[in-house]
Design a protein around this ligand. Sequence first.
Ligand SMILES: C[C@](O)(CO)[C@H](O)COP(=O)(O)OP(=O)(O)OC[C@H]1O[C@@H](n2ccc(N)nc2=O)[C@H](O)[C@@H]1O
Ligand SMILES: Nc1ncnc2c1ncn2[C@@H]1O[C@H](COP(=O)(O)OP(=O)(O)OP(=O)(O)O)[C@@H](O)[C@H]1O
Length: 269
Amino acid sequence: MVVFPNAKINIGLNIIEKRNDGFHNIESCFYPVGWTDALEILPADELSFKSSGIDIPGAPQHNLCLKTYQLLAADYHLPHVDIHLLKTVPIGAGLGGGSADAAFTIKALNDLFSLGISLEKQLAYARRLGSDCAFFLVNEPAYCFSKGDHFEPITLNLTGKWITLINPGLHISTADAYAGIVPQKPEKDLRELLKQPLHSWKDAVKNDFEDSLFSKYQVLSEIKNSLYTQGAVYASMTGSGSTVYGIFEKEINLAPMYAQYLTWQGYLV
Ligand SMILES: C[C@](O)(CO)[C@H](O)COP(=O)(O)OP(=O)(O)OC[C@H]1O[C@@H](n2ccc(N)nc2=O)[C@H](O)[C@@H]1O
Ligand SMILES: Nc1ncnc2c1ncn2[C@@H]1O[C@H](COP(=O)(O)OP(=O)(O)OP(=O)(O)O)[C@@H](O)[C@H]1O
């Protein structure tokens, strides 16, 4: 079975308060984008994992795909599998790439071996693997809250808008990024702001990670400003960085302009 775990962007991200468990309560709109890895899972005589494409830091046995397999294998009789991950989505990039791999592994194992795991139970497994992970099981635009691991549908349709994602190759640790933030309650409800027309988001819809990371890494604010110069209706960093995106009314090919960086562009669906 081959599946294509996709990335997400955060449209607005408020870091509201630090929790007793050390995590933060946040609120954000998560929106799926078409930048994908490829993940093949096949029945095999022995359990194995290999990856190609972008190098994944850490030992293969710590890969989220294997961790997911082991989590399910503790509760279900799972045959051995060969897992091959072609890693294309940049890592430590605010795109939720590792979380998507984990969520798609849950879904693929459930389908491949007809495990019959309910969505509720899949969500519970996902929450044990990472805060972003649960979203990818449903993979539709959502208002996410709590640790980012609970969500409800949001009426936000950006279908047909063009998006360009620019990753300058900085690996930003999510934990370090959260450690640099002083949480605060948002003045306005993000869901209300996102009901306003796209062109009004520029000065209203904020990612709370931007201030601290933009002063540390000037290249991030330069990319954001240049996306506006190129005609973006809305531009922002996603998650804890380092990817910055611009949303455009019409298709525009910016890949040559950002040739020194990793880029992905396409229509939102
Ligand atoms: C920045 C976002 O991508 C926004 O969507 C997510 O909040 C990050 O989610 P993630 O990569 O799945 O993060 P996890 O693997 O769950 O946590 C990594 C680390 O980030 C910090 N963390 C994460 C999520 C959260 N709500 N509060 C936190 O403080 C914690 O230090 C945690 O140890
Ligand atoms: N399948 C995987 N893909 C990416 N990273 C993985 C994977 N499995 C384990 N990891 C580990 O997770 C770390 C990346 O986690 P991190 O949360 O920073 O990035 P991410 O999952 O790419 O997305 P985001 O920056 O949105 O959280 C890597 O350094 C790597 O050690």
